[in-house]
Design a protein around this ligand. Sequence first.
Ligand SMILES: Cc1ncc(COP(=O)(O)O)c(C=O)c1O
Length: 348
Amino acid sequence: MIAKHIKKLDSYVPGEQPSSTKVIKLNTNENPYPPSPSCAEALKTFASEKLRLYPDPDCHALRRAIAKVCKTTESRVFVGNGSDEILALAARAFVEDNERIDSLDPSYSLYKTIAAIRNVPWLGVSSLDEAESLVAKKNAPSLFLLTNPNAPTGEWREMATIANFAKKFPGVVLIDEAYADFSRGNCMALATAEKNRNTIVMRTFSKSYSLAGLRVGYCVGPESLISALYKIKDSYNVDAIAQALALAAIRDQKWMKANALKIINTRKRITEELEKRGWDVIPSESNFVFAKPPKNTKAAALFEDLKKREIFVRYFKGKKTGDRLRITIGTEPQMDKLLNAIDELIIR
Ligand SMILES: Cc1ncc(COP(=O)(O)O)c(C=O)c1O
């Protein structure tokens, strides 16, 4: 009754969402600051009468606003029910049953699950050079999911490096820019370029716009790829309230950028503070740091100890990730509490 590949599927485990509001939640890269006040206003003034009708299936108003911010046209923009939905659609639209999906490893761990649900192999490569060598050997996947800045590491790659990779890549390169608003730059120019044939840039309202609960993501790319996504999506994949609030959020770029800057400044401070305490912190261009506690402290044990103190961070077991913790950047007072807890738990 249940498909064989679903029977043996290891489903994706999202970071814990505790019911207690006392928890300092630094485990799912949410934004610690509220969304633009214009979102609250849009919610307050949303006429419930409108809920009688289906929402705009093509998200026209929101796509026009996104196109304006990204300096492109509406026909090159797709809006999804969170960027996770776009990943699932890309796996269906751009991959044949006998093809493959690849990404860096470590990277967003959902990619592997998306491939498993699509019932195609996934290969985690350790660098873009390794991915390129597979292309040279005519062993390329048809979809490469590239997080930039990467998660959980926070590392960032220059646009020129990615452009060079995409040029040689025969399939679709989907650049997941969930965290780009916290970084030095982004690859939107690759997605909007007239000559672009295979590159999609994906963004989300969940991180820099503080709207993880709303579930809206979007991507920009060549019209041919965008219309393939439109062909297969559910008719009404983005609800009316989500469209209205995301529209309010994207129109308030000033609010989003001010919050992103606060987070970048806190990231700089927490990086320095952890380094002073002997941690190894990978330079991050994101709203989190991926950091290794000083020797004699096991990341897994520290994760549990912090949890007991109602401070949630993220731990990914495994050879490449198991010696570090991924810590979302919270408010300044939240980070002070984290540092105090670390100082009590790790005797220097
Ligand atoms: C790299 C990356 N892409 C996508 C997402 C999911 O975004 P959304 O909330 O839009 O589904 C996340 C969430 O943590 C992420 O880390």
